[in-house]
Write a protein that binds this ligand. Structure first.
Ligand SMILES: [Zn+2]
Length: 275
């Protein structure tokens, strides 16, 4: 599933190509994409508008259109945005006035799109879904400690919760916990101040490294030209069960945490007493 670095990679590739263009048409080929809104409503709201900015919030891509209209997309499991006029599993096609097209391709069809009229509607939409943006100045160790206070959720589940920290998913949570030497099942409310410092820094470090490598391609994620990311070649623990820890040589283990396959070093990331 695309996480913050993958969505940011798409944004950085697409923004210089589409910003300033006008949308000639939005062809919703799969009406499920924008449910409950009908396809014509999305098309009517976007047609003829200029793309002022392609932005990102958490794992969402935000097409800021002229007239304060926002087309918000989520790629979910297998969504990709390709700069092309046709692709396998195409669900939506945006036709631009310079002759270019962007296709929302999505094999498993969990991706979504919604039109929000006005900045207030957009802010309200995100306020109910997303917490702090981890690459913003608001993401501090103190903020994280506040979010964690009194909570018994395992550290892994805490990082995956989009309503607290936006954009971190399974890959980057594993990598961040390894760097910070925190066991994925350790209750988040039990961390010490220094551990929050370490975890905050580790989250920022892995997200920036992911962006630097242009995302991780494990299954479906592709760049806007169909190329793959490279971060999967830099994983420290994720998907490395049975291999030696790069730090201490112990064997990386896989468990289930927060319903997801979770990788960690049993020596570097000490288990909490109860686990
Ligand atoms: Zn280790």
């Amino acid at each position: 599933m695309p996480e913050l670095p993958e969505v940011e990679t798409i944004r950085r590739q697409l923004a210089p190509v589409v910003e300033g263009c006008r949308i000639e048409d939005v062809e919703v080929l799969d009406p499920r994409w924008c449910e409950p809104a009908p396809p014509w409503e999305v098309a009517n709201a976007a047609r003829g508008r200029r793309i002022d900015r392609l932005a990102r919030r958490g794992k969402y891509l935000v097409w800021e259109l002229s007239g304060d209209v926002h087309l918000v997309m989520h790629l979910r499991m297998t969504g990709n945005l390709l700069y092309t006029d046709d692709a396998r599993f195409a669900r939506v096609r945006l036709r631009l006035d310079d002759g270019g097209s962007v296709v929302f391709a999505d094999q498993r069809r969990f991706g979504t799109g919604v039109v929000l009229l006005g900045g207030d509607a957009r802010d309200e939409y995100f306020a109910s879904r997303l917490g702090v943006e981890p690459l913003s100045a608001d993401f501090t160790a103190e903020h994280m400690r506040e979010l964690a206070r009194g909570r018994r959720a395992p550290a892994k589940a805490f990082l995956l919760n989009q309503e607290r920290i936006a954009g971190v998913g399974n890959i980057y949570a594993d990598e961040a916990l390894f760097i910070a030497r925190i066991h994925p099942l350790r209750p988040i409310g039990k961390l010490r101040g220094k551990q929050f410092e370490g975890l905050r820094a580790a989250v920022v470090e892995v997200l920036e490294a992911g962006i630097d490598a242009r995302g991780a391609t494990i299954d479906d994620f592709r760049h806007t030209d169909g190329a793959s990311g490279a971060f999967q070649d830099r994983f420290l623990v994720h998907l490395r069960a049975g291999e030696p820890c790069v730090r201490c040589g112990a064997t990386i283990r896989k468990i289930r945490a927060a319903g997801r396959g979770t990788y960690f070093c049993p020596r570097c990331q000490r288990a909490p007493r109860a686990a």
